[in-house]
Design a protein around this ligand. Sequence first.
Ligand SMILES: C[S@@+](CC[C@H](N)C(=O)[O-])C[C@H]1O[C@@H](n2cnc3c(N)ncnc32)[C@H](O)[C@@H]1O
Length: 275
Amino acid sequence: MFFRRRNRLQQLKDRAWLARPVPAACGDVQTMLIPDELRLLDFLADDYYQQDGVIVDAGCFLGGSTLALANGLTRNLSRRRRPASKLIHSFDLFQVEDWTRGIYFPKDVEAGVGTRAIYDRNIANYAPLIDIHEGDITHSRWSGAPIEILFIDVAKHWTVCDWITENLFPHLIPGKSIVVQQDYLYHYWNGWLHVTMEHYRDNFEILCDTEYNSVAFLYKKRFEPGAIKPALVGSMPIDDKAALMDRAAARFSGQKKEWLQSSKAHFIEMASHGG
Ligand SMILES: C[S@@+](CC[C@H](N)C(=O)[O-])C[C@H]1O[C@@H](n2cnc3c(N)ncnc32)[C@H](O)[C@@H]1O
């Protein structure tokens, strides 16, 4: 088991998922993810996952990330002759956001209209694998189950990022859990992700990224007692945030580094105006 996990970690570092097809289950379902992110999620649920915890799909929109995870999980369970169960926990508000009108939805659809029926239709073939949590994730309560794969595509504000840190990070499994920060390599609206992962840099190791968007981390070392701070980003002085974002940017080069630097400028501007 230990050697299998180590081998899979190496495969992640080597970006083995690039050789996979885009998961068939994703079909023509609309997604905000790029094909390599779908491949990565499929790989994680198929080859990496060992059912030591559950899979969290935080921010599932119309089901793209859910289907990539479900595609991999189906193969995983079938290979190991395990029965289907609701191992994927998918979270979303399931409401049309204003900025998505005219891109993912017709322009004349009103913001706030429910999208749950579309999601349910899209994931119908995999429903026995998915526990759906509808509503604001920050109003939910985690069951306490260990989390082996944590896909974060919902932290579009630091308050949500802080909620995840406080409520989900304590349930990661040292040496096993993978955290995918979907918006890590993006030019703005994500500086809090850099602050958070850099603050906990001793606990995480960067494994790989999808060039644009997602970065996958291994939760390598257990948090010390008291290390998980409520409102980590929200309560941090701006100079400390800036220093952490500089350190996060220094881990990358070229275009990726420029994205993190531009994220920093955006977040400092946002924070100085009260967010
Ligand atoms: C970038 S999209 C997710 C894309 C999706 N993973 C995919 O495969 O296409 C982010 C999602 O987060 C959801 N969201 C934003 N804030 C939320 C919150 N506080 N609670 C629950 N969901 C939220 C939005 O409704 C949106 O569907």
